[in-house]
Write a protein that binds this ligand. Structure first.
Ligand code: 3PG
Ligand code: MG
Length: 393
């Protein structure tokens, strides 16, 4: 793989460099609630800008339905980026063609998913968009280059991630390189015991990764909404908790591995609301009509015991609805147990990483916090990530 350092060694003064970054941050209106991904993108942007490149950033926000939608404008992201860089960052439109820029300047192309060709399954459509993106930095003949640094999107075969890398000399940015290096430690021969903590709402989303991980891990701790389908597979009533009835059989089979550790108690509520009535009950005593929204303290203690012995830990997905204070303690407790464990620890993903920061936990308590949720899971599943593979070809 050619890397950002190779590009900097070639020299970028007054060259156009297109950089794919993942700036898909959570927003509340136009207020950014977690800027972790923006901060993670800074080193590459700064290095290129300081070296005198004309830096054209391309990124997406959310999943707009194939057309411009002000709700998904990158304007608030450009404003935050500008604060962090202490330099203006203009939002430019793809349709306006190559922007006038001075050396070291940074601009951000408006949400690339406003163009339906970005996510098209048709290679020619994506290719046409990739040509336009390459032209923003002068194309191959005009000295343009592409730096791929949006780790959170490398599992997407999309124009700004994949196709453009065939049209310009392409380099892996520092974030992509470090993420891949860390995840390779997990898929290689991780130090044992190796424990994985999975949460989040749906078992069906995580089946592929559970299948891939079970033969490799020593323990798989399951919390979050998805634990209720496993509890149902063990024969417990789960009240009104999240349940994927069509996955109960699969969960029963997975439980035969003997490696899956489930909660023993849960926090249940009479409604999905921060001010609902709540109680902590054993998993064999979930009252009818109540729904489980967090794992309980006995479960946290049991998970912490396993984590305390682990030498390698990967965590993806919150243990409960941590955005509401009464259901945040499971996630907080498990995160703290990972911080306290003498292990190489990796937090996978957008949501889990945001949870760490929202709960005020020390980010440096983990060995690595990935910026990619889906991307890190697909990496651990052993899938080829198109955005990485194209850099290696
Ligand atoms: C993410 O938030 O997971 C990445 O930015 C990718 O976004 P996507 O899942 O909409 O492709
Ligand atoms: Mg995602």
């Amino acid at each position: 793989m050619n890397t950002l350092d190779d590009l900097l060694a070639e020299g970028v003064r007054d060259r156009g460099v297109l950089v794919r970054v993942d700036l898909n941050v959570p927003l509340d209106g136009d207020r950014i609630t977690d800027d972790g991904r923006i901060r993670a993108a800074l080193p590459t942007i700064q290095a290129l800008s300081e070296a005198g490149a004309r830096v054209v950033l391309t990124a997406h926000l959310g999943r707009p339905k194939g057309g411009p939608d002000p709700k998904y404008s990158l304007a608030p992201v450009a404003a935050r980026l500008s604060e962090l860089l202490s330099a203006p960052v203009r939002v430019v439109q793809l349709a306006d063609g190559p922007p006038q820029m001075s050396p070291g300047e940074v601009v951000l192309v408006e949400n690339i998913r406003f163009d339906p060709r970005e996510t098209s399954k048709d290679e020619a459509e994506r290719g046409a968009l990739a040509d336009e993106l390459a032209a923003l930095v002068g194309g191959r003949d005009g000295g343009g280059a592409f730096v791929s640094d949006g780790f959170g999107v490398v599992h997407r075969k999309q124009a700004s991630v994949y196709d453009v890398a065939k049209r310009l000399p392409a380099y892996a940015g520092g974030l992509v390189l470090s993420e891949v290096e860390v995840l390779r430690r997990l898929t290689g021969s991780p130090e044992r015991p190796y424990a994985v903590v999975l949460g989040g709402s749906k078992v069906s989303d995580k089946l592929a990764v559970i299948d891939a991980l079970l033969p490799r891990v020593d323990a798989l701790l399951v919390g979050g909404g998805m634990c209720f389908t496993f509890l149902a597979a063990q024969g417990y009533g789960v009240g009104k908790s999240l349940l994927e009835t069509d996955q109960i059989g699969t969960c029963r089979t997975l439980l035969e591995s003997g490696k899956i550790v489930l909660p023993t108690d849960v926090v249940v509520a009479d409604a999905f609301a921060a001010d609902a009535a709540t109680q902590t009950v054993a998993v064999d005593a979930i009252p009818d009509g109540w729904l489980g929204l967090d794992i309980g303290p006995a479960s946290v203690a049991a998970f912490a015991e396993v984590l305390g012995r682990a030498k390698t830990v990967f965590w993806n997905g919150p243990m409960g609805v941590f955005e509401m204070a009464p259901f945040a303690e499971g996630t907080r407790g498990v995160a703290q147990a990972i911080i306290d464990a003498p292990a190489f620890s990796v937090v996978g993903g957008g949501d889990s990483a945001a949870a760490v920061r929202a709960l005020g936990l020390a980010e440096d308590g983990f060995s690595h916090i990935s910026t990619g949720g889906g991307a890190s899971l697909e990496f651990l599943e052993g899938k080829d990530l198109p955005g990485v593979a194209i850099l290696e070809s």
